[in-house]
Design a protein around this ligand. Structure first.
Ligand SMILES: [Zn+2]
Length: 428
């Protein structure tokens, strides 16, 4: 069994302490711990966080291995400081059976870089018509608890109600991609001043908000848990705030890109800014940041959406929607939330590890940094500042909106059950 001593890191940004890892577990947390024959990681000035947890990752395997595989995606996750990711179900074939979710789960185990918790589809083939085998996926080795047709909205209210009723039996949750399909036919970007000027089909905020309003009411009616994927509008924040004030079991996530970027960027017609839901306005960005700070939005989720070069390097209308996000998420959160004073590092640990793990009901992630806990840890150098260089990404895809942008923070080490998956910023 290997032992590792992380010396002098600020635990969750607070007091500096030493952390001794023995095998897969945190053995001791304290000051002046003797190194003995442990491998020492000098971490003065760095921040130690629980390993990050992503509720919303597209790993693309099976079916689109040209854009990402479980192996390359979990490597990207480790570089970004993640120790667990939830893999979305919109693969080919769709993850709508026990067989497919077990395959994805097993590939994650074999990768060894990051735990992969498969998300099961809500409906067969993501077609929105018939419920998938939710119970069989939950009872499989993958122990699925999060279900989503992400990429598509479960727009049929009866199907959504049935899914909520079904998952309630095993404390599961339905994660909704809130997009009213009729209101977004042909939509290319946020509906507003910029879309009018550019003459691009608009995606109105109400298309997101009307589904959220319906679904929080359905969750309340059924007494079940609903999670809202990638909130992108100020109105969505108000609805979630209202639902929570009623005591309903509603949780929500925001992506890093919706915390930083606006639809003004679409004026460049650079398809790297094309994403679903679309980049919104400055007022929306402000509302999302405030909601993440006050806890109305529970967590940050990357919506890491790798696409090969040929699907993005084309005219705006033809380009695929989505951005990679695993390797830049923590930096964007530091930029938008920590440097602005909206969240401290304990808040970052809460929104990027504790709460997403709780929503996904993961038992060995999102745990406190204390003795006896699994050694799933992330060490960050917050003083670092540098430009994003996609050429160095571990992801198979390069579709980042941050190329060349200077961002703060760098993950120096990631530990998965005591094994260093990243050392000095490099995959181990
Ligand atoms: Zn989505």
């Amino acid at each position: 069994m290997s032992t590792i001593l992380i010396r002098g890191a600020k635990i969750l940004g607070g007091e500096a302490a030493d952390v001794l890892i023995d095998g897969e577990t945190i053995a001791r947390v304290g000051t002046g711990i003797e190194a003995g024959d442990a491998t020492v990681v000098e971490a003065a000035g760095q921040v130690l966080l629980p390993g990050l947890v992503d509720l919303h990752t597209h790993l693309r395997e099976p079916g689109r291995e040209d854009s990402e595989t479980v192996l390359t995606g979990t490597k990207a996750a480790a570089v970004g400081g993640f120790t667990a990711v939830h893999a979305m179900a919109n693969t080919f074939p769709v993850a709508d059976t026990a067989g497919v979710v077990e395959q994805v789960w097993r590939l994650g185990r074999e990768s060894g870089y990051c735990d992969v918790q498969p998300v099961g589809a809500v409906t067969v083939g993501l077609e929105g018509k018939n419920l998938a085998e939710l119970g069989a996926m939950h009872e499989s080795a993958a122990r699925v608890r999060v279900f989503s047709d992400d990429g598509k909205c479960v727009d049929d209210a009866v199907i959504m109600r049935r899914a909520l009723e079904y998952v309630k039996a095993f404390d599961g949750v339905v994660a909704q991609h809130a997009q009213e399909p009729r209101l977004t036919e042909g939509a290319q970007m946020n509906e507003g001043v910029v879309s009018a000027e550019l003459g691009l089909g608009g995606w109105p905020a109400v298309a997101e908000e009307s589904i959220i309003a319906r679904d929080v009411l359905l969750a309340a009616h059924v007494g079940s848990r609903v999670h809202i994927c990638h909130l992108s509008t100020a109105g969505s924040v108000e609805l979630v705030r209202w639902a929570k004030s009623k005591g309903w079991q509603v949780t929500a996530e925001v992506t890093p890109h919706h915390l930083l970027l606006t639809d003004e960027l679409v004026r460049s017609y650079n398809p790297v800014y094309k994403v679903n839901p679309p980049l919104r306005t400055e007022a929306d960005v402000t509302a999302l940041r405030e909601a993440l700070a006050d806890g109305t939005i529970d967590c940050v989720a990357t919506d890491h959406a790798p696409h090969p070069h040929e699907d993005k390097d084309c005219e705006w209308a033809a380009a695929a929607m989505g951005m990679v996000g695993l390797e830049t998420a923590l930096s964007v959160v530091q930029e938008t939330m920590v440097e602005t004073g909206l969240l401290d590092w304990a808040g970052v640990a809460d929104r990027m590890s504790f709460r997403p793990a709780l929503i996904g009901r993961l038992e060995s992630h999102g745990r406190p940094v204390s003795a006896g806990e699994p050694a799933n840890l992330t060490l960050v150098d917050p003083a670092y500042r540098g430009p994003v260089d996609p050429a160095g990404f571990a992801s198979r895809s390069r579709n980042t909106p941050y190329e060349g942008r200077e961002l703060p923070g760098r993950v120096t080490h990631t530990f998965l059950r005591g094994r260093a998956t990243v050392v000095d910023g490099i995959l181990a």
